[in-house]
Design a protein around this ligand. Sequence first.
Ligand code: 5AD
Ligand code: SF4
Length: 344
Amino acid sequence: MAAGVNPSDSSLAAIISSSEYDGELSRCADRVRRENYSDEVYLRGLIEVSSYCKNNCYYCGLRAGNANALRYRLSKDEILAVCEEGYGLGFRTFVLQGGEDPSFTDSFICDVVSSIKSSFPGCAVTLSLGEKDYSSYKSYRDAGADRYLLRHETADQKHYSMLHPESMSLSRRKECLFALKELGYQVGSGFMVGSPYQSVENIVSDIRFLQELSPDMIGIGPFVHHWSTPFRDFENGSAELTVRLVAVLRLLFPYSLIPATTSLATIAEENRKKALLSGANVIMPNLTPLKVRKKYELYDRKLSSSLESAQALDGIRRMLEEIGYRAVQSRGDVKRQTTNNNLI
Ligand code: 5AD
Ligand code: SF4
């Protein structure tokens, strides 16, 4: 697959059908990432603000129906204390991620966002708090939020209904994503690789949907089962296929911000490096306080460093240097609109 070419559905399907690592594809993707982002890998400080969720996605350990889940939510002061530490370590993006926790009211979220923006000048705030009304998204934006992450999970309606209960719908998810774009957020979306019942055609639809949405950030990671969910007996997704897809996404979205995700590294740490060498250009070190970190269990054995943030950061810097990249902690905004629109 060459850069700057929009492959047909059938050639995309052919690339996806093999789940082996493809050196040539990765090298090509790396060339494109270096043309646009040089050797820079942007670091984002991830803060998992609440493990409560009102939803019941069948794949996720935080689902409301999981009575075994350990729940916590951080207070405003705790979140600001994490930002303070992160700011001292050089982070200039904070990602506030959590389940859909009804106790996190809009006014609480706005208060936290505006406090971070005023206390830590020059920072970008990214929210990842699920589906909300337009007016809520607007209020967060007015409070200063810059970016929003909301994976579409699967762009096929039938598949969506196999991963989620009836109370959730793909159309609502899409509506949220387009609302976020309209409000001027830098938007991130993405999907799980190897989720139960996923077909090659589903992944082609995911890529087509991303081309339609034209997000600034694209996060993909393998499905990893969780012992206390309805999907406990399903196989994990393939790390090799995820890495191939990272390369494909880099070629199709030359300017996008693509993280080497935690679920990929959970399957095997080596995969993080492979993703970086195949076009990924973001890492999100976890700044969540150690005392609650293990409770944010989306899936089994979720990679969770027991190191203090500063030590973990040193490790990441060294790892990046070893494989020929440079950790950058500036805001790291997207360089240009992601989709090469004349390809569609
Ligand atoms: N395996 C992999 N990823 C998962 N997520 C939730 N549960 C799992 C799982 N079992 C991902 C979803 C969600 C993000 C926060 O975590 O894609 O959007
Ligand atoms: Fe809640 Fe998100 Fe997990 Fe679904 S994936 S149950 S919305 S935390």
